[in-house]
Structure formats: structure tokens, C-alpha cells
Design a protein around this ligand. Structure first.
Ligand code: MN
Length: 129
């Protein structure tokens, strides 16, 4: 039997409840995940872990998600183009447009819809590939 390499998601999210929700949905869908609870840790893990994609909260305790995104896009070619999926709340419509202009590949809405979020994530990743 061929072993299929599981894709790894990096979840940059300071809210543990939200992280646990997304992580359990990703695990059920066959993904591995690593959690960063600050933007700085997230930036470092993108470089060292080279995840297959990043789920990025915008309101982080240290730096904004926008800054995390900017730093990722300035990294070397092995990681700079990693798909980044932002999490934004419904009210933040203007922020979404800004994030897409800044190089974000797509977004999912907070609160997370457990029934839809995995298909939304897959659709964004496939579009980038
Ligand atoms: Mn947050």
C-alpha cells in the first residue's frame, strides 16, 4: 500500500476554543496541524515547518494577521507562496478586500461553520494549486 503524505496546516489563532474547533475538523478530514498562538510564532513556524497551507486569524495578541501575511510573502521561494486562508468575522468586509489585495488566497468567516469550513478550505487550496 502506498503511504499518502498527510497535508499539514499551520493554524495561527490566539483563541484556543476556535483553534480546537478548526483542528478537530481538519483532523477528521485527514490533515495534520500545528498550532501557533501568536503572530511571531506563526511566522517562525511557516519558515521552519513549511506547512502545506496556513489558517490565519487577523486579531492576534502581538502583530496583526496582515503583518504575518506580509512577512510570509517576503520569505524565500520555498515558503513565500504557501496558501494563506484568513479568518475574518462577518462584519469585517473591508478587511477582507484589503487582505486579498495583500496576497491572501481566500478567507473563511468567523464564527466557523463546522459543516462548510473544510470544503471552503479545500476550494481555496485547489484554486491556488
Ligand atoms: Mn484572535
Amino acid at each position: 500500500m502506498n503511504e499518502i503524505k498527510q497535508q499539514t496546516a499551520l493554524i495561527i489563532e490566539d483563541n484556543e476554543d476556535n483553534m480546537v474547533l478548526i483542528a478537530s475538523l481538519l483532523e477528521n478530514a485527514g490533515y495534520e496541524y500545528v498550532w501557533a498562538d501568536t503572530g511571531e510564532k506563526g511566522v517562525n513556524l511557516v519558515q521552519s515547518l513549511k506547512p502545506d497551507f496556513v489558517i490565519l486569524d487577523i486579531q492576534l495578541p502581538d502583530i496583526l494577521g496582515n503583518e504575518v501575511l506580509k512577512r510570509i510573502r517576503l520569505m524565500d521561494d520555498s515558503v513565500a507562496n504557501v496558501p494563506v486562508i484568513a479568518m475574518t468575522s462577518y462584519a469585517m468586509t473591508g478587511d477582507r478586500d484589503k487582505l486579498l489585495k495583500e496576497g491572501c488566497d481566500g478567507y473563511i468567516e468567523k464564527p466557523i461553520d463546522p459543516m462548510r469550513v473544510i470544503s471552503q478550505i479545500k476550494a481555496i487550496i485547489e484554486e491556488v494549486a
